[in-house]
Design a protein around this ligand. Structure first.
Ligand SMILES: C[S@@+](CC[C@H](N)C(=O)[O-])C[C@H]1O[C@@H](n2cnc3c(N)ncnc32)[C@H](O)[C@@H]1O
Length: 297
C-alpha cells in the first residue's frame, strides 16, 4: 500500500462518519484533484509526493461542501464545466432529459433547430445541445447575474474544447416568469416568438420549507431551488413562456421533483392547449420530466 492509499482509507472513514453517501469514491476524487492525476493513477503517486492539501479538501467535504465546489468542476454528458459559489451544480438526472431533447432535435426535419434553455445556470443543458446537435442554435436564459458569469466562462471553455459550438449559444439576462424581458445589452428574446423548435428547462421546483441535504441548502443558490408553496411557480412560468416561444409542432421538456409528475402533467395537459403530454423517468425510475407538443401542425 502507498501512503496516499492509506490516507484515502482514513479519509473515507471520516467522510462516512460525516454522512457522505459515496465516501471512498469521493476521497479518491479529492486525492486525484489535489495530486493532478486520474483516479486510476492514484496508486502510482510516490509517498514523497503526498500533498497535505488532500486533508484540507477532505475537511471541506466532511463539512458537507459539495465535491464539485472543492474540485471546481462538474461533469455533464460530454462536458467538463466550471462550477462554484453562485451557480447550481448540474445533476445526472438532468442528463436524461437533455438526452431526450438531443434525440428529438436530431430527428427533426429542420435544418438549424432553434432551442431555448430557460434557467441555464452553468450552461449544462444549452452547451450539451450545442455540442451534440451540431447545427442547433441555442438561446440560454438566466436571470441571476452571478450564475450568468459562470455560464459565460463555460461557453468560452466549450468554444475552446469544441470549436464548432462557437457562436451557437447566446445568453440572455431575463426572467422567464416575467415576460422574458431581457436586461439591456443581453439580446432581445421577442424576436423568437413562435419560432422555437424546442424549449427545455430545469427550473427551481422545491416547495418552500421542504428539507434538503446541506450540500443543496447551503451551497446551491436559493434562486435555483425554491419555487413557491407547491414548488410549481417556476414551472407555470416555463409553461407560459413556452406557449409564446414555440412554433406549431414545437416541443417542451421540463424537469420536476419526483413527487410532482402528476401535477406537472396537468400544467401541460390537453385542456391547457398542449398535446402528446408524457411523463418520463430518470435512471432511478423516478418521475423526473414532462414533455409535450405545442399544437398547430
Ligand atoms: C435548477 S437550476 C438549473 C441550472 C441548469 N439548467 C442545470 O440543469 O444544471 C435553475 C436555474 O434557473 C435560474 N432561474 C430561476 N428562476 C428563473 C427565472 N424566473 N428566470 C430566469 N432564470 C431563472 C436559476 O438562477 C438557476 O440558475
Amino acid at each position: 500500500m502507498s501512503l496516499l492509499l492509506d490516507e484515502i482509507a482514513l479519509a473515507a472513514a471520516r467522510l462516512a462518519e460525516a454522512g457522505v453517501e459515496s465516501p471512498r469514491a469521493e476521497a479518491e476524487l479529492i486525492a486525484a484533484h489535489v495530486h493532478g492525476v486520474r483516479r486510476t493513477e492514484l496508486q502510482a503517486v510516490p509517498d514523497a509526493a503526498f500533498d497535505a492539501r488532500f486533508w484540507e479538501g477532505v475537511g471541506r467535504r466532511a463539512a458537507r461542501e459539495p465535491l464539485q465546489h472543492i474540485t471546481g468542476r462538474a461533469y455533464f454528458r460530454y462536458l467538463e464545466l466550471e462550477v462554484g459559489p453562485g451557480v447550481f451544480v448540474p445533476r445526472p438526472e438532468t442528463e436524461v432529459m437533455t438526452g431526450w431533447a438531443i434525440d428529438r432535435l436530431r430527428a427533426m426535419d429542420v435544418a438549424e433547430p432553434v432551442v431555448v434553455d430557460l434557467g441555464t445556470g452553468s450552461g449544462a443543458i444549452a452547451l450539451s445541445i450545442a455540442q451534440e446537435v451540431p447545427r442547433g442554435r441555442v438561446h440560454a436564459v438566466e436571470a441571476d447575474p452571478i450564475a450568468r458569469g459562470w455560464t459565460e466562462r463555460n461557453v468560452e471553455r466549450c468554444a475552446v474544447a469544441a470549436p464548432y459550438t462557437k457562436g451557437r449559444v447566446s445568453l440572455y439576462g431575463a426572467d422567464f416568469t416575467a415576460g422574458l424581458t431581457a436586461a439591456p445589452g443581453t439580446g432581445e428574446l421577442r424576436e423568437l416568438d413562435g419560432k422555437v423548435d424546442l424549449v427545455i428547462s430545469n427550473p427551481p421546483y422545491i416547495p418552500l420549507g421542504a428539507s434538503v441535504p446541506p450540500e443543496v441548502g447551503e451551497y446551491d443558490p436559493p434562486a435555483a431551488l425554491w419555487s413557491g408553496e407547491d414548488g410549481l411557480d417556476a414551472i407555470r412560468g416555463v409553461e407560459r413562456a413556452a406557449r409564446r416561444l414555440l412554433r406549431p409542432g414545437g416541443l417542451i421538456a421540463v424537469e420536476h421533483g419526483a413527487p410532482q409528475g402528476a401535477a406537472v402533467y396537468w400544467v401541460f395537459c390537453e385542456e391547457a392547449g398542449w398535446r402528446d403530454t408524457r411523463n418520463h423517468k430518470d435512471l432511478a425510475r423516478r418521475d423526473r420530466f414532462v414533455t409535450a407538443t405545442w399544437p398547430g401542425e
